[in-house]
Design a protein around this ligand. Structure first.
Ligand SMILES: Nc1ncnc2c1ncn2[C@@H]1O[C@H](COP(=O)(O)OP(=O)(O)OP(=O)(O)O)[C@@H](O)[C@H]1O
Length: 604
């Protein structure tokens, strides 16, 4: 586990506070409030991974809290399980339900996802209140067994220590997870799902994982409540509890400290307002609106900005080390030149009456720069989307590096060496330039979930190696001095180059570039020619879509021309340029003249 100096001091202070609080505070009510802060923190810390980092808003986590609470209750009160074991089983059972709720959530997003999670919460609430034989309804389950030490059940002070220890463990592990490749992948899924897939991050896996993490911590929170009260009934499980958990996360902010700030403030407020339930609901609603409109990065974000203003040293960015060597592909990833790399046969895609890809046969050769040109709407981007797995073709075959990639998901296609950029930029714009490139390296990082969660040395070593390689790639593309900046704040031309850097980080054998010169000024376009040639010299095959004919003619070894979804010509740039069908397609006439072709094409 990696500790910065400031963080280590913070953790030490938190441990001291948790150790001392039950000694200094003896009043039962205050001890209960401390316990609840810990419980709410635990639930919110996991929910923050789902909501704050992966961008999946859930309004049904009271249901997962209930799964944990009732699992612990039934296992101890009815089946006589050891209470410690039942506590662990409660987390595991909630994790299983997390998978269950994640599956429909993979198909929907935004408000529809909120509806799915609300539905889940309501179903659980109904089950525990109506199925009285098992869950006891409003009468509830008595005799839930609390964990014990040396034969006696935990007392109020020990409960605070126990939940405090769990909170520290949750903080350290979730922080370790979010600071590495898992955290970047969650954020990538949050910002641009298609881009995340195209650089090798499985959106499916990371959404399910985020649901499971949030479910486990919410389930453990439920078990703590049931075991501490030694009782649970259906009144605990209601829609307000789901709102309360979500509010802690949104109000606290998505930083790792957000759930702590949110849990402390809102638990205290909850305890203070307990006497006025109507004021409670009104206050939560008002706070939720306030958090959404006035503090998009929550109270922790606002406090962080204030702290940086007051103590300028906190705002100073760390000095990144220089990359150790120049970047080049690993020898194993270089392919022999002039061999077939990608072949399509009769690839066909129709949208109703529009056929943007009409029986395309195409062959790309290793080490070459191929260009795909054609008038607007000819079907170039659709073909690129088919090759990269974003759009499934209706029929036809595609072989890449000896494997069929038809119906393969984009992250798998990326993993076997097909990288891409997008016509409309799809950067992870809130992340740093360096982190954008590191997301591209995701597939090449081998440390597993538990190594990252526990911050084991292999995960840390790999993280340092990834940083070094990302810096090498940025250096290769002249972006090294921007490594620390937020991607979305770069000038447009540099953002295009960053997307290229991120694609290179996936170690592609074939790189698909969709209009890389769009929006660039003449000097930037000229520089891009040099960059693409440098990429080819690394041994990477390129397929380029471009409207700038100067660029296409200057660097292509082979040009394919599409019109209305059909391949109308291919060959060396000079041959294609003089092909009458190509000239006619660009000008929409039968008697074009070549100067007109240049003009039309470069204005495309
Ligand atoms: N998802 C879709 N649904 C319906 N029609 C689509 C869809 N995607 C593409 N098309 C249609 O397919 C045709 C080809 O579009 P595509 O974007 O592939 O062309 P393009 O050659 O890349 O054009 P441009 O040079 O303007 O980017 C267009 O008529 C477009 O409207």
């Amino acid at each position: 586990m990696q500790f910065g100096k400031g963080h280590a001091i913070g953790v030490a202070l938190a441990i001291a506070a948790i150790a001392l609080a039950p000694v200094l505070v003896t009043n039962g009510f205050y001890l209960k409030v401390l316990f609840l802060i810990g419980v709410n923190y635990l639930a919110a810390a996991g929910l923050n991974v789902l909501v704050g980092h992966t961008g999946q808003k859930s309004l049904g986590h009271a249901g997962l809290f209930a799964v944990g609470a009732y699992t612990a209750a039934l296992l101890t009160a009815r089946l006589g399980w050891n209470p410690w074991l039942a506590f662990v089983a409660a987390g595991a059972m909630a994790g299983l339900f997390g998978v269950l709720i994640a599956l429909p959530a993979l198909r929907v997003r935004g408000p529809a996802l909120a509806m799915v999670t609300i539905g889940f919460g309501i179903v659980v609430e109904k089950v525990v209140s109506e199925w009285q034989d098992v869950f006891g309804g409003q009468a509830g389950i008595y005799g839930v067994v609390p964990p014990s030490i040396g034969g006696s059940a935990l007392n109020d002070s020990q409960w605070v220590w126990f939940v405090g220890a769990l909170a520290i463990v949750a903080h350290l592990t979730i922080r370790a997870l979010l600071r590495g490749k898992y955290g970047r992948a969650f954020m990538a899924v949050n910002t641009a799902e298609v881009a995340a897939e195209s650089v090798g991050v499985s959106v499916y896996t990371f959404k399910v994982l985020a649901f499971v993490i949030s479910a486990v911590t919410c389930g453990l929170a439920g078990a703590l409540i049931a075991q501490q009260n030694q009782y649970i009934n259906s009144d605990f499980i209601n829609f307000s509890l789901s709102i309360f958990f979500l509010l802690i996360v949104l109000f606290g902010g998505s930083s790792v400290y957000g759930p702590l700030v949110g849990a402390v403030v809102l638990t205290l407020l909850d305890a203070f307002l307990a006497r006025w339930p109507t004021a409670q609901h009104f206050t939560y609603g008002a706070l939720l609106l306030f958090a959404l409109y006035a503090m998009p990065d929550g109270l922790s974000g606002a406090l962080g900005r204030l702290a940086k203003k007051l103590v300028p040293a906190l705002a100073r960015k760390p000095v990144l080390p220089a990359p150790t060597t120049g970047w080049k592909l690993r020898a194993a990833e270089r392919l022999a030149a002039d061999k077939p790399l990608l072949q399509t046969r009769a690839v066909y895609k129709a949208y109703g009456g529009v056929v943007p890809t009409n029986n395309i046969d195409m062959e790309l050769t290793t080490g070459h720069i191929h260009s795909l040109i054609g008038p607007n709407g000819a079907g170039k981007t659709t073909l690129l989307n088919i090759l990269s797995g974003i759009v499934p073709p209706d029929r036809g075959s595609i072989e890449f590096a000896g494997q069929s990639i038809v119906h393969m998901v984009p992250n798998r296609i990326c993993a076997i060496g097909l990288g891409r950029t997008f016509q409309n930029l799809k950067l992870f714009s809130d992340m740093s330039v360096l982190d954008n490139v590191k997301v591209g390296l995701h597939r090449h990082m081998r440390a597993g979930f538990w190594s990252c969660l526990l911050g084991l040395p292999n995960a840390q070593r790999e993280e340092r190696a990834a940083r070094d390689e990302a810096l090498q790639i940025l250096d290769f593309l002249g972006l090294l001095d921007k490594a620390d900046e937020v991607a979305g704040s770069l000038p447009y031309g540099l953002q295009r180059r960053l997307e290229l850097a991120r694609a290179l980080a996936t170690h592609p054998r074939l790189l698909l570039l969709d209009e890389p010169a769009a929006g660039l000024n003449p000097q930037e376009t000229q520089d891009l020619i040099g960059v693409i040639a440098k990429i080819r010299d690394l041994g990477i095959t390129v397929l380029l879509i471009e409207h700038h004919m100067d660029l296409v003619m200057a660097i292509s070894d082979h040009v394919i021309v599409l019109d209305y979804g059909e391949k109308i010509a291919e060959g060396k740039p000079g041959q294609v340029q003089n092909n009458p069908r190509v000239i006619a397609a660009y000008l929409g006439t039968d008697e074009p003249d070549e100067d007109d072709l240049e003009l039309e094409a470069s204005h495309g």
